[in-house]
Design a protein around this ligand. Structure first.
Ligand SMILES: [Zn+2]
Ligand SMILES: [Zn+2]
Length: 135
């Protein structure tokens, strides 16, 4: 399978191939602030299956452990990577795919900080949270 997407203004375009290992709704406070949204949904692909087709995203180290990429022109959030896994996998914002409906969400992550008025995919499993701090 090939999944293409891009930012709001069209300056950045990307393609991911294969099948995502994770498709989730993230309720962490950092994704919320980065995305300006109450919940941010992600699909995780192998880094070797991810290609930037057009443009050059800007990088932001949102913590010592992670890097986010976004469009420098329109500000759309595009990717998240743990630094120690950056060669292996990349999370892509589900809402920037051209056909996000083709990537059904499978679980909730960081649900302990879920906002009380966010009600989405209530039947999905909740991933247990690691002891380590949030990315
Ligand atoms: Zn853009
Ligand atoms: Zn998050």
């Amino acid at each position: 399978m090939a999944f293409e997407g891009g930012c709001l203004c069209g300056a950045i375009r990307y393609r991911a191939t294969g099948e995502p290992s994770v498709v989730c709704h993230c309720h962490c406070t950092m994704c919320r602030r980065a995305g300006g949204a109450p919940v941010v949904s992600w699909a995780t692909f192998a880094m070797s299956d991810f290609t930037i087709l057009k443009g050059e995203p800007r990088r932001y180290a949102s913590s010592a452990r992670a890097t986010r990429q976004f469009c420098p022109r329109c500000g759309a959030q595009l990717t998240f990577q743990y630094n120690d896994r950056a060669k292996d996998e990349i999370d892509i914002t589900l809402a920037t795919f051209d056909a996000p409906a083709s990537l059904p969400v499978r679980e909730h992550v960081w649900a302990s900080t879920r906002l009380p008025w966010v009600h989405v995919d209530e039947g999905l499993p909740i991933r247990p949270e690691p002891a380590e701090p949030k990315p």
